[in-house]
Design a binder for this molecule. Structure first.
Ligand code: ADP
Length: 499
């Protein structure tokens, strides 16, 4: 099969060994497009030995390329031209299903008279490079999509040339024009709001100091030529490199996000919250003022002898309801005071017994009315506390009042105190309606009522436990709620520092 001319061309032993050992795949084709010579590297690339090449068509070894390569071989025989840097992709017979990439060239092999007697071919596999390029392109696209979805604006800073490469989005945001742009660093500094400039400069100075980690997260305002002010959340990572034996900032990779809307919303929310607190405070004060004369009137009625039986009954109902109303208004006043940080404690040295006694004075009538059995067990000698007696009694009183409310008549309430690791532990437990596990985490939230229907009839607003928690924390203590679930009772445990 090997033509006479070609075999003479390759007869030189030196040339043959160069051919064999070359680190690129080499082949020679005859006019029919059959392999007449192949080297080791080509066998390795194609994954089949030399004897499975020789005398066969390209199609037999790399099926996908058969026709294309055959056409080129024919053309070279006709025109004698050289084809360079051809990129091919296909599968080999050895590993079907795996897409491979090659770069190749085809050239005429001539005899002494200059006639084309064969076509030579070189091949290098670039599958790995192509895969790496594809992975790079994929992550570039992924990044571009993420940047778009997150609405980020980007900049790359070159600290050696002091140039700032801005993304088109940053250029637009900064009102610098259209399209990506390279500007001196100063251009960005000039856009920073004068009131934020020093803080920004200080932060940048710290970030480009090679002693640090080169990372910065900062919120600053931009003041734009249109007069608009935009809040930007900026992230910057600076890289350092050794120049003349000294570590210096090299590049800065910066992504920023316009957070003006979020800032505004948060500010409006704070403002609304402040107004709500103010409203609650005013409302509670007004109500309190209105309640005072009613209270006085009832007091006069209480001292009036010889009221008809019907009037006495009505007076007692009014008295009960009024007490309830006064408590609600007092709670509301406390909420607004605590929210505005205006609660003043009057701390003194006292004992747990004093606190519980104080709380029971107020709570006893309701406990008796509900026919609950109350047991109180406190440590001997009495545990010593430092705190505000009224507020501490309010904590225990609220827990007792809840235990009374949320336990069906004839239940049990246990108040237990002990000293444990430098703390006074007080538990108020009942065998009442209990709390479902999913509701436990929010019983201390403001205005949270687990069972609205019940709470409504009992006149609660869902602020008692919130108040309790705030008052406990003002005393540097902690509170936790436990319940094994509906109808399994509840337990509230307060821990306060011992003196
Ligand atoms: P409320 O004014 O509704 O009593 P609280 O803040 O005191 O408000 O309590 C919040 C909610 O926690 C109550 O609505 C109730 O559902 C639940 N809760 C509080 N204490 C108990 C308890 N001892 N047993 C069962 N549920 C309770």
């Amino acid at each position: 099969m090997l033509s006479h001319a070609v075999s003479r061309e390759l007869d030189f032993a030196e040339l043959a060994s160069t051919f064999a050992a070359a680190p690129v795949g080499l082949a020679v084709f005859d006019r029919d497009g059959r392999y007449v010579r192949v080297n080791e590297e080509l066998c390795r690339i194609n994954g089949v030995p030399a004897d499975q090449h020789l005398g066969r068509l390209v199609y037999d070894v790399v099926p996908g390329l058969g026709e294309q390569v055959f056409g080129m071989i024919q053309r070279i025989f006709e025109t004698g031209e050289t084809l360079r840097d051809l990129e091919f992709s296909g599968e080999t017979r050895r590993e079907p299903g795996v897409l491979r990439h090659w770069i190749s060239g085809l050239f005429p092999v001539r005899d002494g008279s200059g006639a084309v007697v064969a076509v030579g071919c070189w091949v290098t596999e670039i599958t790995e490079r192509k895969r790496a390029e594809a992975a790079l392109e994929a992550s570039r696209l992924q990044l571009a999509m993420s940047v778009q979805a997150a609405g980020l604006v980007l900049a790359t800073i070159d600290y050696r040339s002091n140039e700032n490469h801005l993304s088109a989005e940053l250029v637009r945001l900064m009102e610098l024009g259209e399209g990506p742009m390279v500007v001196p660093r100063q251009v960005i500094f000039d856009r920073i709001h004068p009131e934020d400039r020093q803080r920004y400069l200080d932060a940048i100075a710290r970030t480009i100091d090679p002693a640090g980690n080169g990372h910065l997260a900062i919120d600053v305002r931009a003041l734009l030529p249109s007069g608009q002010v935009r809040w930007l959340h900026i992230l910057l990572q600076v890289t350092f490199s050794m120049v003349d034996g000294e570590l210096r900032p090299d590049k800065g990779y910066c992504a920023a996000h316009d957070v003006t809307a979020e800032r505004l919303a948060a500010q409006q929310l704070r403002e609304a919250d402040r107004r709500k607190d103010e409203f609650i405070a005013t409302l509670a004060h007004e109500l309190r003022n209105l309640l005072a004369p009613i209270r006085n009137g009832l007091e006069i009625l209480r001292r009036t002898a010889n009221l008809p039986a019907g009037a006495v009954r009505i007076r007692d109902i009014m008295d009960r309801q009024l007490r309830h109303l006064v408590r609600l208004v007092d709670d509301l006043l406390d909420v607004s005071r605590i929210s505005r940080g205006k609660v003043e404690l009057r701390p003194q040295d006292l004992t747990l017994d004093q606190v519980v006694e104080h709380a029971l004075e107020a709570g006893h009538p309701a406990i008796e009315a509900a026919r609950h059995t109350l047991s109180v067990s406190l440590p001997k000698p009495p545990a010593r506390l430092h705190g505000d007696l009224t507020r501490l009694a309010q904590i225990v009183g609220n827990l007792l009042s809840n235990a009374t409310k949320y336990t069906p008549p004839g239940g049990r309430i246990d108040v237990t105190g002990r000293v444990e690791g430098g703390e006074v532990v007080l538990e108020v437990a009942d065998n009442g309606i209990g709390i479902a596990p999913e509701n436990l985490p929010r019983v201390f939230d403001l205005f949270s009522q687990v069972d609205r229907t019940l709470a409504r009839t009992q006149g609660g607003l869902g602020i008692g436990l919130w108040l309790v928690k705030q008052l406990v924390e003002l005393h540097h203590g902690r509170i936790e709620a436990f319940s094994e679930g509906p109808d399994r009772g509840s337990l509230f445990r307060v821990r306060l520092p011992l003196t």
